[in-house]
Design a protein around this ligand. Sequence first.
Ligand SMILES: [Zn+2]
Length: 236
Amino acid sequence: MPNAILASRRGVFAALACGCAAAAGLGRGSAFAASPAASTSVSADEALSRLKSGNAAFVGGESCTPAGGHGHIAPLAAGQAPFAVVVGCSDSRTPPEHLFDGKLGELFIVRVAGNTVDHTALGSIEYGVAVLGAPLVLVLGHSGCGAVEAATKVVTKGATYPGSIGQMVEPIVPAVRKAQGMKGDLMANAVRTNVELVLEQIAAASPLVAQARDAGKVRLAGAVYDLASGKVAFLD
Ligand SMILES: [Zn+2]
């Protein structure tokens, strides 16, 4: 038996052994691209549905670490066709592949503390949408975000930070100021508002993404991950 097939079968058996049909390629569809030019056929609605079912699997303890092994890795060398771009926080507790039970080649991820977007991040998003053909851009905030908390202290206590941390926090300050006028918990409101403002910023700063959205080729969505429950709440 060729090694690739053997490795692939081993991967399937390993995935089945841990009770994860999706990781064995038996549940949600495969993202393997036949060529670099072949983008995903997954629609925006299907992409959102996959993220939701993936998070349900994560919360339920049914997800697996994406399978490795030659049979899973090598086919993706020919190209990638991710079904979503995820803009998330650097927080070590929020890796999108885990939260959404994502496999290799499925999620194109931009991560920076506070899930904000600068020019480099915007270019990465545009690459995911325009070049790779991802039909969904998800901005993902999370509860207890240290970057948002730092921005809150800038606004409420005049806090300052060493090095470049202040510049990292600065883009979140407008969300905190807006959240100050809302009822409820300031931190929770600031996290959600930051997601909403980043979504607006992406559309405003990137004609490429805005045009793709208006043409129905990409959907922009926001969500907040809860550290304690593991659940992702979608804002739409
Ligand atoms: Zn964070």
